[in-house]
Ligand binder design. Structure first.
Ligand code: NDP
Length: 471
């Protein structure tokens, strides 16, 4: 029997992740009647199977890596450290549960209706929500509907893909495998291979060409050097062809075009995150998608259908939590607070990759800058050094490399506009936020030079890159 519409909203948001939260809470602030529909756990990828649990794992991995160096400072017993992974997982999961609770409270306090179930468009102004096998389908209508359904790990189509884990599985892992092969060369492959290695899992990272294409190639070279120093078996230019499993031993083999076979207990696939659009019924609303599968939006996050919008990972923009949050808030300001002057600025988005030590970047790499402006118009400053933290390290292999680069566009007045910074080293994940502020304010190289250093820190290298100005 056809159900009648259960409720009508000003703003109906599909998803309860970072972008959805940003948009719906801001809309509720303006007194709008808002509902969110979520078929998984509140908080989305970032809170449940992404940034947050990953960062907790990175913190632990960093401590374990640092312990090797601190033992050279004279601290005894660090070589006998033993990780109780079960305890760690319970603590991490409890933390995530607390965050889920805080999110639920925030939604409730904002007066937003939270609807559990899977949303599907039936028309541009209406969705039906499938709640469970024996439960009736509910129908909701709205003046404005936002698609903020996020993304999901790429599962591949190659032979043997069913033997592989994706990143969601890493967070379910109850105990550590003895060995792992990680396939991919993006954020997740770089971060997870190093975390697993630091946890004592013998890890191989197989990259079809080079890692982190968007990052300055010298910084990437430094990353690969550091990975090797830490004992990670990293193979560049090694595409894989198929994955097989030995039924007796349970071991999984990755076969490559270089005719090598890499065997491990677990294989992690980290090859991108396609948008969650399957089953959404976009065709019922007439919403256009790009050939890549992402929802097509304009600069204000409007789709081709009036009253239907999309933000975050489901669109073809940077798949980063703060990007989705900002886009969501701006959309709500635009729709419900008359701020049609606001527009998301996708230039100079800073980001960090939690390798050991981390990478941070904002703006163009040297290679991107040269491609855009020509080599004659670009001046790059760099500082390559060993962080003082490693000063007492007994062996070279413990001394992980640091490289800071400032990429500048030459200007007629000789001031040189900073158009990018790419860096690897202890603390650059924290530094890059403020480098991004200065670049977004239009900082020149001379502004950096004019600034007094904080000594002794690694970040002081940012203002000491020009020896002729040491006076
Ligand atoms: P990325 O888009 O970062 O990287 C995808 C990787 O998979 C690339 O190295 C790509 O290689 C490789 N790849 C794609 N297809 C194949 C194939 N058939 N065989 C071998 N390799 C292949 O994806 P991730 O899954 O790592 O992460 C998704 C997104 O999530 C990131 O782009 C980022 O926006 C976000 N994220 C952000 C984090 C952070 O802020 N710290 C942490 C984790 C994720 P190639 O370059 O050759 O195409």
């Amino acid at each position: 029997m056809e159900q009648s519409v259960k409720a009508h909203y000003d703003f109906l948001v599909i998803g309860a992740g970072s972008g959805a939260m940003g948009a719906s809470r801001r809309a509720a602030m303006f007194g709008k009647k808002v509902a969110m529909i979520e078929n998984k756990v509140i908080g989305g990828t970032c809170v449940n199977v992404g940034c947050v649990p990953k960062k907790v794992m990175f913190n632990l991995a960093s401590f374990l890596e640092d312990a090797h160096v601190i033992s050279d400072y004279g601290v005894k017993g660090l070589d006998k450290l033993e990780l109780d992974f079960g305890h760690f997982k319970r603590q991490r999961d409890a933390y995530i549960k607390r965050l889920n609770g805080i999110y639920s409270t925030n939604v409730k306090n904002a007066g937003i209706d939270y609807i559990e179930g899977f949303a599907r468009f039936t028309s541009p102004k209406e969705v039906e929500v499938v709640k469970g096998q024996d439960q009736p389908i509910e129908r909701y209508s709205a003046d404005h509907i936002l698609i903020a359904s996020g993304s999901t790990p790429e599962e591949g189509t190659f032979e043997g893909r069913e033997h592989c884990w994706v990143s969601d599985d890493i967070f379910k892992m109850e105990e550590l495998p003895k060995s792992a092969v990680v396939l991919g060369g993006g954020y997740i492959a770089v971060e997870m291979s190093q975390i697993l290695q630091a946890f004592g899992v013998k890890t191989t990272l197989l990259i079809r060409d080079v890692p982190l294409r968007q990052v300055d190639s010298e910084v990437v070279d430094n990353l690969v050097e550091n990975m090797k120093k830490l004992g990670l078996d990293v193979k560049l230019k090694t595409p894989f062809t198929k994955v097989t499993k030995d039924q007796d031993s349970g071991l999984i083999s990755v076969h490559t075009t270089t005719n090598e076979v890499f065997e491990a207990e677990k294989v992690l696939l980290a090859m991108g995150r396609p948008p969650c659009v399957r089953g959404l019924g976009l065709e019922n609303a007439g919403v256009e998608v790009l050939p890549s599968g992402f929802v097509k939006v304009d600069e204000n996050h409007f789709t081709n259908v009036p009253g239907v919008y999309a933000i975050g990972d489901v669109t073809n923009h940077e798949q980063l939590t703060p990007v989705a949050i900002k886009a969501g808030r701006i959309l709500a300001e635009y729709l419900f607070n008359g701020r049609t002057d606001l527009q998301m600025n996708y230039a100079n988005i800073p980001t960090a990759i939690f390798s050991h030590p981390p990478i941070g970047y904002v703006g163009l790499s040297e290679q991107q800058a040269i491609a855009k402006y020509g080599a004659d118009n670009i001046k790059t400053y760099k500082s390559k050094f060993t962080n003082m933290f490693y000063s007492l390290a007994a062996e070279d292999k413990k001394k992980l490399g640091t490289l800071f680069k400032l990429i500048c566009l030459k200007t007629d007045d000789g001031q040189e506009k900073v158009i990018g910074s790419h860096a690897i080293g202890r603390g650059v994940d924290e530094m890059m936020q403020l480098v991004a502020v200065s670049i977004n304010m239009g900082a020149t190289k001379r502004d950096f030079d004019r600034t007094i250093a904080i000594h002794p820190t690694a970040s002081e290298e940012y203002v000491l890159m020009d020896p002729k100005l040491y006076f």
